[in-house]
Design a protein around this ligand. Structure first.
Ligand code: THU
Length: 126
């Protein structure tokens, strides 16, 4: 968990956030114990920006990983994942621990299920 959190904090330095100036770093840990980081990547066409959590999960997916056992997100003020990221975390990871961090380390441990109660997912599709 320490390395996962440290990676999320380090990933804040990679953020491309010229519009919000809000740096977000994230890291996911696979069941193989591989840690993959992500950062927010903003665009002048604002909605095209990508959050750090989704960058980490999409990168991990592209690298061939599909099972995850933890995700850490780091910001200057211990921000929580946005709604879109909660949905993507649930879809890709299921119920895993989520570590909410600031630049000093862990602030709060929660779960993807607690962050997204009554999720919409494949079980609703008929
Ligand atoms: N952001 C994230 O990277 N993750 C979140 O869960 C919340 C928001 C980013 C998006 C944007 O680049 C900046 O934070 C301000 O909204």
């Amino acid at each position: 968990m320490t390395t996962l959190i440290q990676t999320a904090i380090q990933m804040m330095d990679k953020a491309r956030s010229p519009y919000s100036n809000y740096r977000v770093g994230a890291a996911v840990e696979t069941i193989e114990n591989k840690i993959i980081g992500g950062c927010n990547v903003e665009n002048a066409s604002y909605p095209l920006s990508n959050c750090a959590e989704r960058t980490a999960l999409f990168t991990a997916t592209a690298e061939g990983y599909s099972q995850f056992k933890g995700l850490a997100v780091a910001t200057v003020n211990g921000g929580f994942p946005c709604g879109a990221c909660r949905q993507v975390i649930w879809e890709i990871c299921g119920n895993i621990p989520i570590y909410i961090c600031d630049t000093n380390g862990l602030i709060e441990e929660t779960t993807s299920s607690a962050l997204l109660p009554n999720p919409f997912d494949e079980s609703q599709l008929i």
